[in-house]
Design a protein around this ligand. Structure first.
Ligand SMILES: Nc1ncnc2c1ncn2[C@@H]1O[C@H](COP(=O)(O)OS(=O)(=O)O)[C@@H](OP(=O)(O)O)[C@H]1O
Ligand SMILES: Nc1ncnc2c1ncn2[C@@H]1O[C@H](COP(=O)(O)OP(=O)(O)O)[C@@H](O)[C@H]1O
Length: 201
């Protein structure tokens, strides 16, 4: 970057984390529309907040209606969507926040790039594994019906692909597990890896 000189800040990530009693990280939820990303992300943030951890949830509502309102759902725009979200999430990590992202993020190469931008040590990939047939059955926003009727183009799982994570840090099966089990699984992972310390509460 020509003529861009990064100014060293006196207050570092570690200083911000120390007063928050936690480590910044990104809990990256990926899965089909209707798989349960928003439901799980909301409940997870609620539980962490109750435990007095500092969190922020990035999802479609606050990103696709604001920062990324210029982007569509073709492959290139989804790539740019994920790139910008990753850069924002990286700043949240630097501020020491436990950041939860809830985006379909359907392509492996875009999620790999997200991991690279955010840093592998800060990135927790969570696969919300719900079969397409179940998502179509749930259809919480009526979007699958529209896509199957040909009224929405490039819909993930219908006429655009979803590439499953090969080796996610956490695998959540929303058919076999209820919401509480899924939340506990993620909280236990954060605790085990030292992002939070459940014992102190
Ligand atoms: N064509 C198409 N395909 C998939 N989803 C669509 C589409 N058009 C609109 N929507 C709505 O947008 C939400 C997905 O946005 P994301 O930013 O998560 O998508 S992506 O990560 O860029 O693939 C998605 O939200 P979720 O249902 O919560 O996943 C939909 O509500
Ligand atoms: N175990 C589960 N975990 C999460 N959601 C579930 C589960 N079982 C059923 N659901 C339902 O599935 C739907 C998922 O919708 P949503 O969270 O909006 O998905 P997404 O954000 O991935 O589009 C909700 O209506 C939710 O109540």
């Amino acid at each position: 970057m020509k003529n861009i000189i990064i100014h060293p800040h006196k207050v570092k990530r570690n200083d911000r984390e120390k007063i928050k009693n936690q480590k910044g990280c990104v809990i990256w939820l990926t899965g089909l529309s209707g798989s349960g990303k928003s439901t799980i992300a909301n409940e997870l943030e609620y539980e962490l907040n109750k435990m007095k951890y500092h969190t922020y949830l990035l999802d479609g509502d606050n990103i696709r209606s604001g920062l990324n309102s210029d982007l569509s759902f073709n492959e290139n725009d989804r790539k740019e969507n994920i790139r910008r979200i990753s850069e924002v999430a990286k700043l949240f990590v630097d501020s020491g926040i436990i950041t939860i992202t809830a985006f379909i993020s359907p392509f492996i190469k875009d999620r790999e790039k997200a991991k690279k931008i955010i840093g592998v040590e800060n990135f927790i990939e969570v696969f919300i594994d719900t079969p397409l047939e179940e998502c179509i059955k749930r259809d919480p926003k009526g979007l699958y019906k529209k896509a199957l009727d040909g009224k929405i183009k490039n819909f993930t799982g219908i006429d655009q692909k979803y590439e499953k994570p090969i080796n996610p840090n956490i695998h959540i099966d929303t058919i076999k597990e209820d919401l509480n089990i899924s939340i506990n699984k993620i909280i236990n992972y954060l605790d085990k890896k030292g992002y939070i310390n459940v014992k102190q509460y």
